[in-house]
Design a protein around this ligand. Structure first.
Ligand SMILES: [Zn+2]
Length: 187
């Protein structure tokens, strides 16, 4: 790989190793939605070199019990080993809890291009402080403020099923272009 740094360049080498790990892990796809990376989704929280020289990777699961997490941890390990960035360890943190607000703009664009409507922004307030919103039945029929079609952009869409291919998504249908699509539910 890169030439060995001088002993005095220890902190620079540490920063370089963390930066290379970010770059490597940027390309690790989400197992359930491979068009977006774990970094795009905000699952990858932090990378630091610990006192024992292990690379510590911090991840936060999207949904509690999301079955993809062990796959994600395995993929991270494989990627770091392949890049010669070990030793490493993975720490899972549940706090602060992941929300769909953590999905990057690039990630939202990729979801849309893939045909999945990206989640709307949740409130910036912590989950516990988030107000419940009740939508009148009449307004819900067209739900103009909710989920635009990722293909034609029409707001004339309808929820078909609360759960699509994964629990994280709902199945919608566009009433204009007639295409069904997945909606990544805000959370
Ligand atoms: Zn459409």
């Amino acid at each position: 790989m890169s030439p060995s740094p001088a002993p005095s360049a220890n902190s620079a080498a540490t920063a370089d190793r963390a930066a290379r790990a970010w770059a490597v892990l940027e390309s690790v796809p989400d197992p359930e939605i491979p068009v977006v990376s774990i970094r795009d989704l905000g699952i990858l929280r932090d990378i630091a070199v610990a006192d024992d020289a292990a690379l510590e990777v911090v991840i936060t699961p999207t949904y509690s019990g999301c079955p993809a997490m062990s796959q994600i941890a395995e993929d991270i390990g494989l990627a770091l080993d392949a890049a010669g960035l070990g030793p490493w360890r993975i720490r899972t943190t549940l706090s602060p809890a992941w929300t769909t607000d953590w999905i990057s703009e690039a990630g939202r664009e990729r979801l849309r291009a893939y045909g999945i409507a990206p989640p709307g922004q949740c409130s910036q307030a912590p989950a516990a402080a988030r107000p419940m919103r009740f939508v009148p039945r009449a307004a819900r029929a067209g739900a103009p403020d909710l989920v635009p079609c990722p293909r034609c952009g029409s707001h004339h869409t309808q929820e078909i099923s609360r759960f699509a291919s994964t629990a994280c998504k709902a199945l919608y249908r566009c009433l204009d272009c007639r295409e069904p699509f997945d909606y990544f539910k805000p959370y």
